[in-house]
Design a binder for this molecule. Sequence first.
Ligand code: ATR
Length: 264
Amino acid sequence: MKKFLVIGNPIDHSLSPKLHNHWLKQYNIDAIYDKIKLESSEIKSFILDIRKQKIAGCNVTVPFKKTVIPFLDKLSPEAEHTQSVNTITYSNGDLIGHNTDIAGFESAIKKLNFNMKDKKVLILGAGGVVPSIIFALKNMHVEEITISNRTKEKAENLRILFDKLKILEWGNMTDFHMLINATSLGLNNETINLDFSKLGNDKLFYDVIYNPHETHFLKIGKQLGYKTENGKTMFVYQAQEAFKLWHKIEPKVNADTFMLLDND
Ligand code: ATR
């Protein structure tokens, strides 16, 4: 039986096993999917186990999406550009790093019927997931991407990977069509201390966080009458892309899929 894993630290919260095992069963695939907490020092030998095919493939989550790169043979163009790997496959003797967070974010936004073309987008935060979001937004032909991060230097470092990024001092606010919370503020019910009250009409507030279901950021968006969405859709669609890479089957995403995850 083939074994797949998600690696990260912490990893307890991960819903990936639940989702992948659901699909494996649904499509009668003889495989299991589990989670494992690793230390950085254990990454190298873990990846060797994929090369030996003791493990068929894996997902990678925080904080190892960049750490795994030196141990791989090839990167997809998306993983190369973002320097972020969330899925590893083994094919014809090569360990290949992919980034399915990008397609996950794009699919999530497409489902919202919010036309991104020529829109101005603000990303709050500059952590691990942000390069994937920028890459996806560029694919969607947004007009302008602005980053605001508490530590300005980290926002500036993103300019090494992407040109034309604008930077806004943390604490300041101007008008945008879409605002994305990619900080960890809200994971433990923290408030986000920014003034959103002067934005105009018809905005989209998107939070990468999905647990809790509604962060303080999304609550504000809702109170102001804007469209809001949490990160569960992105999570599900990145998993769908990873499943496709490993099993060459596109698993169905429907209301049952979300219900399965909502039970947690
Ligand atoms: P990593 O940098 O390891 O990828 P992350 O969890 O993906 O971490 O990112 C956390 C993000 O939340 C960062 O942008 C962080 O800002 P800093 O770069 O200044 O650390 C942001 N963040 C965390 N706590 C915050 C706080 N209290 N106020 C503002 N931003 C915060």
